[in-house]
Design a protein around this ligand. Structure first.
Ligand code: ATP
Length: 311
């Protein structure tokens, strides 16, 4: 096991989003105290707005002597921004989950308690994960867990950040209901790995298994695998969207006959020009776009998994 924070005089750089999640300040302070108890001092870099975490991470990565590990304290959106700043470089990513859904933390099996989070960072054991990448008129952006077009992307684009901070996941439920009235359910065209295009009412492109919390759309998705997994929703319209939402809650989406699961590495997607593409819960692209497995990987601090597990 490599200890990535040894050799840094036990100084750890933490990029902290002060507005992530709901009332997470106390939790964050508890993690800092647990790190201090282990003799680890923290250099705190606070984000000032969207995109700032990427620039902070890039600056750290481009230092003459970059740190071996940078910790992000925030939700999946902030983790996405830091991953974009570190992707392709030598710096590993540690995580203090402070967000609304914390999907990556769930996928990696990170502890939820402050002492456990600090212990994982201090242990410095890392996993290499693949990233997804969206190329569109907004430029190139990586995603860690998932991207999506259609209904879920419109929900992400429409949800109010202020309401999300006040009521958490309920803000998404409210926006899902609002989008049932506004979303047009126009089909999207998706050409996988050079094949003829297929149509879908909505699509999720999974790098990891979890989606929106503990839900699973693409069971074969795996952060360690060199492919992405598309989950195509075949039926459009309000009733279908409600049906898919209920089935997601019951963890039955992958079994539905109108849902197709498709592994891929590269995909061209078209639909209404300028339509949003969500990545890790934020808008990261606009149609038309190319979505693919990124060439780069990222080292992420995570609990050590046993090599052999009982089946
Ligand atoms: N100081 C700031 N003020 C306002 N917004 C900020 C600030 N710093 C970062 N942000 C933005 O806050 C957004 C939300 O952060 P993040 O996604 O980490 O938390 P969340 O939305 O609560 O969690 P999750 O993504 O898990 O639902 C990010 O898109 C980020 O760009």
């Amino acid at each position: 096991m490599t200890n990535l924070i040894a050799g840094q005089d036990c100084h750890l750089t933490v990029i902290y989003n002060p507005v992530a999640g709901q009332r997470r300040g106390r939790r964050f302070r508890a993690v800092l105290a647990a790190l201090a108890a282990r003799g680890i001092a923290v250099d705190l870099l606070e984000t000032a707005g969207p995109g700032h975490a990427t620039r902070l991470a890039q600056d750290l990565r481009e230092r003459a002597v970059p740190p071996r590990l940078v910790v992000v304290a925030g939700g999946d959106g902030t983790i996405n921004e830091v991953a974009n700043g570190l992707a392709g470089g030598p710096v590993a990513l540690g995580i203090v989950p402070l967000g609304t859904a914390n999907v990556l933390a769930l996928e990696l099996g990170l502890p939820r308690d402050p002492a456990g989070i600090a212990a994982t960072i201090a242990a410095g054991a890392c996993r290499s994960i693949h990233l997804g990448r969206v190329d569109s008129a907004l430029g190139a952006r990586h995603f860690v867990m998932m991207a999506g077009v259609g209904y879920d992307a419109h929900v992400v684009a429409g949800v109010s950040p202020r309401l999300k901070r006040r009521v958490g996941k309920l803000a998404y439920v409210g926006e899902m209901v609002r989008q049932l009235r506004h979303f047009h359910f126009t089909p999207y065209r998706l050409a996988f790995d050079g094949a003829a295009p297929v149509e879908a009412a909505s699509a999720i492109f999974a790098n990891g298994r979890h989606y929106g919390g503990a839900f699973v759309c693409a069971p074969a998705a795996d952060l360690a695998a060199d492919r992405l997994e598309a989950c195509l929703f075949g039926r459009g319209g309000r009733l279908a969207a409600i049906h898919y939402g209920v089935m997601l809650g019951l963890d039955r989406v992958p079994r539905l006959s109108s849902v197709t699961l498709q592994p891929f590495r590269r995909l061209a997607v078209t639909g209404p020009a300028g339509d949003p593409i969500q990545g890790d819960g934020d808008v990261i692209g606009r149609l038309p776009a190319e979505i693919r497995l990124a060439d780069t990987t990222l080292l992420v601090a995570a609990p050590v998994r046993p090599l052999l597990t009982e089946s």
